[in-house]
Design a protein around this ligand. Structure first.
Ligand code: DON
Length: 329
């Protein structure tokens, strides 16, 4: 590697070292409830970091394409806030951790709103709002917006989409429960189809790190320089990722790692260090919560070694890494 300062070499060394360490872990299982996902190679492992200024550090399988799955949820939530307005979105979905599984068939008592946009009921509700707005052009619109967040043209995995569409009976039940309570519009099957498609968008660990870096950079992609998400929505997206992004592990994650994050069943994890950097990991073996085993360990160690926890005393005014990496004061 040429032209990199010692401090950048140090960051690269940390990334390489933790990949070597956690690649040895072979606990956890590849998801099989969407049959197509079971074809993933369980041994692949990639870790990517992108700073808010666009500097990339990566190791392992950072070019491997996999489906974004639930990691789409915070980004679609942000798009809905921007396009439909905060009030309209919060009429339909709350921001409370649910304490239940991501695919629980339940709504809040009283309001009939889903608990938050990170569980399937909330995510389908948010996606339905965008479907109601864009109709038949909704997926092209979403794909365009995801591509802007990643800084390259993304595509859908048709086999995974078909696999989930033909087996997603539980999500269909959730969608019809939402329709029963008037939380989604009448075109519920089309909205559900949009949800299956958004989950089937193909990304790499590097893409996830870029998307996270875009959030860390107030919605502006660090390399293209284009605004991919309005700045006014970034705080809301990061807040729900922080409290609800890692399912029933969210409390422990906030305690141990302290970075807003979201996992997906294909093995991805995305994490955002506000105003500093984005992290993307890929390793398809999942723990009992549905989070990538190696992804959780890699992010935990990164947070510890680089002082990234939001309440870490090294993370002074969110400027620690910026100072180290970009040669600040
Ligand atoms: O709704 C589903 O079942 C998937 N398409 C997405 C689930 C997911 O990634 C949950 N993650 N941990």
């Amino acid at each position: 590697m040429t032209n990199i300062s010692p401090s950048q070499q140090e960051i690269q060394a940390v990334v390489d070292e933790l990949r070597a360490r956690y690649a040895r872990i072979d606990e956890g299982e590849v998801a099989t409830y969407i049959p197509e996902l079971s074809k993933a190679n369980p041994d692949e492992f990639g870790v990517a970091l992108v700073t808010a200024g666009g500097r990339v550090f990566e190791t392992g399988h950072c070019d491997r394409l996999f489906t974004i799955q639930s990691i789409s949820k915070p980004f679609v939530f942000g798009m809905a806030l921007e396009e439909c307005g905060h009030e309209r979105v919060f009429e339909r979905v709350d921001v409370e951790p649910s304490g239940d599984a991501f695919n629980a068939i339940e709504l809040q008592g009283g309001t009939n709103r889903p608990h938050n946009p990170m569980v399937n009921a909330g995510a389908i509700t948010v996606t339905a709002l965008l479907h109601a707005r864009h109709g038949a052009g909704a997926f092209a619109h979403l794909l365009h917006r995801f591509s802007a967040l990643a800084g390259r043209r993304l595509e859908i995995d048709h086999a995974v989409y078909e696999s989930e569409r033909s087996t997603g009976h539980r999500n269909r039940a959730i969608a019809h429960l939402l329709l029963n309570f008037g939380m989604v519009h009448d075109e519920v099957e089309a909205a559900l189809d949009l949800y299956f498609k958004q989950c089937s968008i193909l990304v790499t660990a590097r893409d996830l790190a870029m998307m996270a870096a875009t959030l860390s950079n107030m919605g502006c992609h660090p390399i293209t320089g284009k605004t991919a998400l309005d700045m006014s929505c970034v705080k809301d997206v990061l807040s729900v990722m922080f409290t609800c992004g890692m399912y029933d592990y969210s409390g422990q994650w906030a305690y141990r790692v302290g970075i807003p994050a979201k996992s997906g069943v294909a093995g991805g994890v995305v994490a955002v260090v506000n105003r500093q950097l984005g992290i993307g990991t890929y390793s398809p073996r999942l723990d009992r919560f549905g989070n990538s085993v190696r992804g959780v360990e890699a992010c935990s160690e990164l947070a510890r070694r680089l002082g990234l926890h939001v309440f870490d005393c090294l993370n002074v005014g969110s400027s620690f890494l910026e100072t180290v990496l970009e040669g600040g004061p």
